[in-house]
Design a protein around this ligand. Structure first.
Ligand code: SAM
Ligand code: DTB
Ligand code: SF4
Length: 342
């Protein structure tokens, strides 16, 4: 290989240039995958996958105009629903845990939560944590004070995606700026919450846009602990419905580059897995993806069916990452996951 590649033994860098990232994305496919897999096994057990489950706690009628999203009131693709009750959320969290999930992610179709809405979701964080699950929320923009309140309530992760490059962003969203997204990430970090932040591929962006998104993520003061890479799920009625499909190898390249640039982060093969073949998912795991959403639904869109995932894990010899010991009720989740071959 003529071009320098990230050294697996060097500390993670936060000063990646666009040129460096572009040259990584442009590598011959086999060189890129070999480098990413080498990096992956330096920092992680290559056969372990973190398993998260997702629930929409408040669906639809969102004031934002994100062109990919079926929950925006601007396109009204899905019927709006009220905020779920604490009992409903806990029932779904228990079911997710019984299926082998170790993290429960709750999403609301809000531009930002009000302080009253925050009180309601804080009760959910406390209840889900008490079940021994890690908690993640994605509620839109947060103030510094709201982020601190979520941390004090015991929230583990906050998801807030940059979605795409700063340059392409204006083609996708007009009601919230890139800067505002970065500010929310600052508040999340400052509060001591773990960050979950990534983007969406397949919206018509160029490879240069994908490099610029990766640069934004990899030059944050701390790499997000979790980096979800979503494949656009095309939802009828949204402006991005009918976008040209992405070359699947391009998706794998971005996963591999994320692994090389943010070597200690969990890279999640997020939305769109139900549209991927088993072989494509296996390539993504080889390229360094080590987290998935598990369960029949994402927020409003379908996910890969659970029996298909269990079969895939078995055929690939993958096992679910156990809960960190201090959070689990003695061995419970791990046992459930093993029983299911996950
Ligand atoms: N409303 C909050 C917000 O946008 O900040 C939280 C929920 S929102 C649905 C979380 C993320 O899901 C978005 O930032 C986007 O990256 C991803 N997402 C939404 N719709 C998607 C779709 N149709 N395909 C792929 N990813 C999607
Ligand atoms: C993320 O990056 N992907 C998830 C989660 N964070 C909240 C959301 C995917 C949504 C897919 C479309 C839907 O279900 O409506
Ligand atoms: Fe609203 Fe989030 Fe959907 Fe954007 S992605 S329209 S903010 S729910």
């Amino acid at each position: 290989m003529s071009r320098p590649l990230p050294n697996p033994d060097a500390p993670p860098r936060h000063d990646w240039t666009l040129e460096e990232i572009s040259s990584i994305l442009d590598l011959p496919f086999n060189d890129l995958l070999f480098a990413a897999q080498s990096m992956h096994r330096t920092h992680f057990d290559p056969n372990r996958i973190q398993v998260s489950s997702l629930l929409s706690i408040k669906t639809g009628s969102c004031p934002e105009d994100c062109a990919y999203c079926g929950q925006s009131a601007h396109h009204a693709a899905v019927a709006p629903e009220r905020l779920l009750s604490l009992a409903e959320v806990l029932e779904r969290a228990r079911a997710a845990k019984a299926q082998g999930a170790t993290r429960f992610c709750m999403g609301a179709a809000w531009r930002n939560p009000t302080d009253k809405q925050l009180d309601q979701v804080i009760a959910m964080i406390e209840g889900v944590s008490a079940l021994g699950l890690e908690t993640c929320m994605t509620l839109g923009m947060l103030t510094a004070k709201q982020a601190r309140r979520l941390k004090a309530a015991g929230l583990d992760y906050y998801n807030h995606n940059l979605d795409t490059s700063p340059e392409f962003y204006g083609r996708v969203i007009s009601t919230r700026t890139y800067r505002e997204r970065l500010e929310t990430l600052e508040h999340v970090r400052a509060a001591g919450l773990k960050t979950c932040s990534g983007g969406i591929l397949g919206m018509g962006e160029s490879r240069g846009d994908r490099a610029a998104l990766l640069q934004q993520l990899a030059t944050l003061p701390a790499h997000p602990e979790s980096v979800p890479i979503n494949l656009l799920v095309q939802i009828e009625g949204t402006p991005l419905f009918g976008s040209a499909p992405l070359d699947p190898f391009e998706f794998v390249r971005v996963v591999a580059a994320a692994r090389l640039l943010m070597p200690r982060s969990h890279v999640r093969l997020a939305a769109g897995r139900h549209l991927m073949s088993d072989e494509l998912q296996a390539l993504c795991f080889f390229a360094g993806a080590n987290s998935i959403f598990y369960g029949e639904r994402l927020l409003t869109a379908p996910n890969a069916p659970c029996d298909r995932d269990q079969d895939l894990f078995k055929r690939l010899g993958l096992v679910a990452e156990p809960l960190i010991p201090e959070r689990s009720e003695p061995g419970a989740c791990h046992k459930t996951a093993e029983r299911q071959g996950m």
